[in-house]
Design a protein around this ligand. Sequence first.
Ligand code: FE2
Length: 174
Amino acid sequence: MPIASFSSFTDGLDREQRSREHFITNINLENDRLWVPYADGVWFQPCHFNVTSGGFSVVLKGLPGSRVGTHYHVGTVHGYTMRGYWRYLEHDWVAKPGTFIYEPAGEAHTLVISEDSPEPMVTLFIVGGGLIYLDKAVDGRFAAYEDGFSLLELCRKHYKQAGLDVRQLDQLVR
Ligand SMILES: [Fe+2]
C-alpha cells in the first residue's frame, strides 16, 4: 500500500534471520489466495524485497481495462510480459507476451491493461528503487510513496488476513 507519511522502517527481521544466501520462490499463478490486492482489478505476488536498494520484484496481474495510477520511478525497472496486453499511456508501444522492457530511472508513467487484452495481463517487474505516486498524469505532485518496505508491510497484512504463512515472506527479504 503506498504511504504518505514517513518514519524509519526495517524489514522487521533480527540480524540472524537476515540471510544472504540464494533463495528461490515459486509463483503460483493459479492460486487466488496468493495474489495480493493492489488496485482495482490489479494484484501482485512478491518475488523479492530488496532491503538494500529499497526496490522489489513482483509478478503483477491485471484485468483488461484496469490500471496502476501515474507514478514516478527513482530507480530502474525491468519487465517481462508473460500474458496479456498492456502499455503506458505515455508511450506508443504495446507489451504482449514475450515483450521485455527496460526503463531508466526518472520516468513517470501510467500502466493500463489493454481493454482488448485476450486475458488478464501477467508481467514480472524488477523495480530498482522506490516510486512516487502522483496526483495527476501531467506535472503531478506527490500523492504517495511505495517501495520494497511498504510492499512488504502490505504483503504481511494480506498474508495474515488470508491465513497464509507470513514467515514465507521473510524468505524473500535480501
Ligand atoms: Fe512503473
